[in-house]
Design a protein around this ligand. Structure first.
Ligand code: UD1
Length: 369
């Protein structure tokens, strides 16, 4: 059986790496990796291949940045050629980025079965491009590989046939658990002149936060106050860097003496950093899950989350973008009054093994084993 995996943007790499490894270990030798090139900076892409032991892509589409339509369209055109040439029996996509949607759409139109890793998540906020991508990808995928039970419930409520849904657990946590020790041994806080356990980490890149000057200004206002209490490390996403410059906020950012700006970090460096933080503030999806797995308080700077299990079971609090709410919750967390949490079921480092089992059953059923 020939399997084509698709990656494109930063959050795809740590999801596909353990899946490819587990599928190879299950004896499926014919795997190809396609990189769409949605993310192309070395710090957003190359470093993850090295850190995660992901094989070099067999095919690189080089689509780069653009509007949603341009980016999606370029992947549609490029990936259709790949499918016509490679004739895969199964295409594996992960997460909710534009490359995920485009690759799934091409495959569905060519009648190639699609497996969606991280299926079923819903924020119920259609103003988020990722929510549109999630809904559409799930609707046309054959194997819906969910990270938590809420994913199954969302899919069933939308009328998805139950035999397509497979609760496998969280593959991000497979990557996290297998790299945590190596990451911690790097001594990242010390290298950044930080006391382990006594700094915060900030990430911001969501369009709704960084493309609106009012929202971004409010968020910076909250950070101005938080960095007076403890050092805040801020690896800056390229999109955010551009917007800070475009809105003329550079001087405000530079004036924060306890805000440590850096380039986006690699997987191991970032894990080494977050795993020893006192607090994480973010609008990322994956980081809400990683902090829950690590037991570190997380404040999500968004109005909603597609990962509710990180709130109901984990260490995550959805605080929105109002500076006062952010300050209030940050103070509680820093004073040790934040919520605790536990690791959800099946976030045990073995999700990709369960995916390999689903793939094996699929191969048997199709006579491809
Ligand atoms: C994308 C995903 C988002 C994910 C995020 C993680 C979609 C709709 N969004 O958002 O879900 O959380 O990746 O990072 O797919 N840029 C560079 N270098 C790069 C990549 C991007 O400079 O390597 C800049 C470009 O100016 C580009 C902008 O960042 O226009 C946005 O990139 P894009 O891939 O469109 O979306 P992200 O914000 O990265």
């Amino acid at each position: 059986m020939k399997i084509v995996h698709v990656v494109g943007a930063r959050p795809n790499f740590m999801k596909i790496a353990p899946v490819m490894k587990a599928i190879a270990a299950a004896g499926f030798a014919q795997q190809r990796l396609v990189h769409t090139g949605q993310h192309y900076d070395a710090s957003m892409s190359d470093v993850f291949f090295d850190d995660l032991g992901l094989p070099r892509p067999d095919i690189f589409l080089g689509v780069g940045s653009g509007s949603h339509a341009e980016q999606t369209a370029k992947v549609l055109i490029g990936f259709e050629k790949v499918c016509l040439e490679e004739k895969p029996d199964l295409v594996v996509v992960a997460g909710d980025v534009n490359s995920t949607l485009a690759a799934a759409l091409v495959s569905a139109k060519l009648l190639i079965p699609v497996a969606h890793v991280e299926a079923g998540l819903r924020s119920r906020d259609l103003s988020m491009p990722e929510e549109v991508n999630r809904i559409l990808v799930d609707r046309i995928s054959d194997l819906l590989l969910t990270p938590s039970r809420d994913g199954d419930e969302n899919l069933l409520a939308e009328g998805t046939p139950p035999d397509r849904i497979h609760l496998v657990g969280n593959v991000m946590i497979d990557s996290l658990l297998s790299h945590l020790e190596t990451a911690r041994r790097l001594g990242i806080p010390e290298r950044m002149d930080l006391a382990p356990g006594n700094y915060a980490v900030l990430t911001l890149h969501r369009a709704s936060n960084v493309d609106d000057p009012m929202v971004l200004s409010g968020l910076l206002g909250a950070i101005e106050l938080i960095q007076q209490q403890l050092p805040v490390v801020f690896p800056v996403h390229p999109r955010t860097r551009k917007q800070v410059e475009a809105f003329g906020f550079d001087s405000r950012v530079q004036a924060m003496k306890n805000l440590k700006l850096c380039e986006p970090l690699g997987y191991l460096e970032f894990l080494g950093l977050t795993s020893q933080a006192k607090l994480v503030l973010t609008d990322s999806g994956g980081l809400q899950e990683e902090t829950t797995a690590l037991g570190i308080p997380c404040l999500t700077l968004r109005e909603n989350t597609e990962r509710p299990v990180t709130v109901t079971e984990g260490t995550n609090t959805v605080v929105g973008t109002d500076p006062n709410s952010i300050m209030y919750e940050a103070e509680s967390a820093l004073a040790g009054r934040g919520k605790g949490g536990r690791r959800p079921a099946l976030w045990d480092g073995r999700a990709s093994e369960r995916i390999a089992e689903v793939v094996r059953a699929f191969a048997v059923q199709r006579g491809l084993a």
